[in-house]
Design a protein around this ligand. Structure first.
Ligand code: IPM
Ligand code: MN
Length: 370
């Protein structure tokens, strides 16, 4: 299979984790006889420093004509504490989502047996946690009209949704529920917000097209609590943009590490694959960041291409690395491997290069301090 992939390493640890995912994709290409062509582009703070824009035209064009986009992370503390900054790294990502019409952000949440001791939630609560969040990504308060008066005494952000925007992601979520345990939960704030009442109305109307799916509703404040009290009740969650942003960060603690959460953003054209975590500037260049979320995102991309066997091989290689303790500091602070070696090992496992794996493993497994 021949594919054109736009690669956006972005800021902070973005380059380090993306490079590991590329090693893994190269191993997949080699083993299964595919050919992926990578077009490296700038977005985020690096792009602002180099071109003055968060999403340069060249990057957007490359993404539009690509089969998929693989993204690291965007964000730079230099912009976070400056409310007056005219251009921000995050604007690049938001503009890209809008331009590619990536209306559905798919975030799988799984509690890994091997990581349960790491999660701040009790292991008995984590048993059987396996659900997917469908977060609407191109509407709501993120993209509504923004206003601020000249002297910064008043500001507003409009939250607006159309029936079409609700229906297209709801249908995707219903279809996912059909393929899974057949349960869909709409998270909203229909006791207060008009937009939430629209979501409920539309979702209730189309539920008749999915008689095999059991539909339920939760207010977002209660959902935030249920995610910690009883997370295994969920199968598929569908929700609007900002609720989804907040709940998916909360849900990530169920997996034991934010470094284990991939995501796919889909629309009608090019899809985008990225880790849920941010640019983690404190770890930049230290070779300590967990590359597994980005490698899992690459597996989701393979799946999206219809390469299910290849995607499974990547997921299995990640499981194998966890089982052998070939993990980064976030997962095992006492005995850990560098980012680049975790990437090497997972790629070598896929390529069946056992000698390479054994040699590297021996070097890093002998000492606990790298
Ligand atoms: C995410 C991020 C983004 C968002 C930021 C970087 C704009 O937090 O992808 O979840 O809020 O959507
Ligand atoms: Mn977020």
């Amino acid at each position: 299979m021949q594919k054109k992939i736009t690669v956006i390493e972005g800021d902070g640890i973005g380059p380090e984790v993306v490079q590991q995912a590329i090693k893994v994709l190269d191993a997949v290409c080699e083993k299964y006889g595919h050919n992926f062509n990578y077009d490296h582009q700038l977005m985020g703070a690096v792009a602002i420093y180099e071109t003055g824009e968060a999403l340069p035209k060249e990057c957007l064009e490359s993404c539009m004509y690509a089969d998929a986009v693989l993204l690291g992370a965007v964000g730079d503390p230099a912009f976070d504490n400056n409310p007056e900054a005219k251009v921000r790294p995050e604007q690049g990502l938001l503009a890209l989502r809008k331009a590619l019409q990536l209306f559905a952000n798919v975030r799988p949440v799984k509690a890994y047996d091997r990581l349960m001791h790491m999660a701040p939630v009790k292991p008995e609560i984590l048993q059987g946690v396996d659900f997917v969040i469908f977060r609407e990504l191109t509407g709501g308060i993120y993209f509504g009209e923004k206003k601020v008066d000249k002297d910064y005494t008043q500001a507003s952000d409009l939250c607006s949704y159309s029936r079409m925007e609700v229906e297209r992601i709801a249908r995707m979520a219903f279809e996912m529920a059909q393929k899974r345990a057949g349960k869909l939960c709409l998270v909203d704030k229909a006791n207060v917000l008009e937009t939430s009442r629209l979501w409920r109305k539309v979702v209730k109307e189309i539920t008749t097209d999915y008689p095999d799916v059991e539909l339920s509703f939760l207010f977002v404040d209660n959902a935030a609590m249920q995610l910690i009290l009883n997370p295994s009740q969920f199968d598929v969650i569908v929700t609007e943009n900002m609720f989804g942003d907040i709940l998916s960060d909360e849900a990530s603690i169920l997996s034991g590490s934010l470094g284990m959460m991939p995501s796919a953003s889909k629309g009608t054209g090019t899809a985008l694959f990225e880790p849920v975590h941010g640019s983690y500037p404190q770890a930049k260049g230290k070779d300590i960041a967990n590359p597994m979320a980005t490698i899992q995102a690459a597996a989701m991309m393979l799946d999206h291409f219809g390469l299910t066997e290849e995607a499974k091989a990547v997921d299995e290689a990640i499981d194998w690395a966890m089982e052998k303790g070939m993990v980064t500091k976030d997962i095992n602070p006492e005995s850990f491997f560098p980012t680049s070696i975790v990437g090497d090992l997972i790629a070598s496992k896929i390529a069946n290069d056992i000698d390479h794996v054994n040699n590297k493993y021996r070097i890093y497994n002998q000492s606990t301090i790298i």
